[in-house]
Ligand binder design. Structure first.
Ligand code: ASP
Length: 347
């Protein structure tokens, strides 16, 4: 039987029109479906296509309300479609795709994010091939939120935008790709085997409880936050994520970072420690500079991407996970964002 795919448009470069030089601007939303099917008529041979435009924005302007609306739109059309393609700007696609992977439980159908580095109408645009691959992938029944870009298929929670120059814009970190497109689609059997049995266990569900009141900091050697900054931060934010060095190390000399953790612990404000490294896992037990912060309640982002870890922090706050369960919540995979670990540091 002919498969039905719902394409949900949110914006980004994909459907922009070219201005002078390299500039791209938004086109009117009402023309989007007509233009898409005119430019890529092959889509009709892959599936019956429907299109919904939920917004048409640069993805830097995406909000958690848009993540929720997207999840609701997919959930409401669940029984009518075989798969979903989300057109999204590349800049923040990994956050939205991670949020959807956390929101949608018991997936039984594919949700495929795609976009483009150059608009559909541009010379040497990647939009056309990305869309054909994404729609084809959406007919393949893989029950997972994925990013399909430049012929590669990534798990939503393992992908990060790697380049704003190459058409190869996304990479998977700390986890193999789900597959790739060449002459045929090649899917990674090992990854698929890990998905399928789990998907059969639940009925599809949606849980979009989330709290966006978090702050992200990146550690720079020699840059010292002031006490005034720390006070202001702790009185205005409910969760913090810090990108430390290497295995999650932060400065202990000068004591200011330790002070931040002590004060946050007093107020039960969670601090997640992530890393500036692209790959590899945070291990707070490896060095004294990690152990000191783990002892003050620092939560390891483990091998999660920064995108998945920051969204998971928002979800932990949104679901009001009690203080004593936060470490284990963070260390437990919800949507393949991390590997499970047996030992969780106690504080
Ligand atoms: N600024 C654009 C966006 O993320 C970039 C893109 O779509 O590639 O919306």
């Amino acid at each position: 039987m002919r498969k039905k795919v719902l394409i949900i448009h949110t914006g980004g470069t994909f459907a922009m029109v070219l201005g002078s030089g390299q500039t791209a601007t938004k086109q009117h939303s009402s023309n989007l479906l007509e233009n898409l099917l005119q430019q890529i008529p092959e889509l009709a041979s892959l599936a019956e296509i429907d299109l919904k435009v939920i917004c048409n924005i640069d993805s830097s302007d995406v909000t958690i309300d848009i993540w929720k609306l997207l999840a609701k739109t997919i959930f409401e059309s669940w029984s009518q479609c075989d798969g979903f393609v989300v057109v999204h700007g590349t800049d923040t696609m990994a956050w939205t795709a991670s949020a959807l992977a956390f929101f949608l439980g018991g997936l039984t159908k594919p949700v495929v994010f795609t976009g483009a580095q150059r608009p559909l109408t541009a010379l040497r645009s990647d939009a056309r091939m990305n869309m054909i691959d994404a729609v084809e992938l959406a007919t393949h029944g893989i029950p997972e939120v994925m990013i399909c870009f430049d012929s590669k298929v990534h798990r939503a929670t393992r992908a990060t935008k790697y380049s704003n120059e190459h058409l190869y814009a996304y990479k998977s970190y700390n986890s193999p790709k789900i597959g790739s497109f060449g002459v045929n689609i090649k899917l990674n059997k090992k990854v698929l085997n890990s998905i399928l049995p789990e998907a059969k266990r639940h009925a599809p569900s949606i849980n979009s409880e989330i709290n966006g009141n978090i702050t992200s900091l990146m550690c720079v050697p020699g840059a010292i936050p002031s006490l005034t900054f720390i006070d202001g931060l702790l009185s205005s934010t409910e969760g913090i994520i810090i990108q430390g060095f290497g295995a999650g190390n932060l400065p202990i000399s000068g004591k200011i970072w330790l002070e931040l953790f002590e004060r946050a612990l007093d107020r039960k404000i969670p601090i997640v420690i992530s890393t500036q490294c692209e790959s590899g896992s945070v291990d707070l037990q490896l060095y004294e500079n990690g152990r000191r912060f783990a002892a003050l309640g620092g939560i390891s982002a483990l091998d999660m991407t920064f995108e998945a870890a920051s969204v998971k922090l928002m979800i932990m706050l949104g679901r009001k996970i009690p203080f004593e369960k936060r470490q284990s919540f963070f260390a437990t995979p919800l949507a393949f964002e991390c590997q499970s670990i047996d030992s969780i540091p106690s504080i």
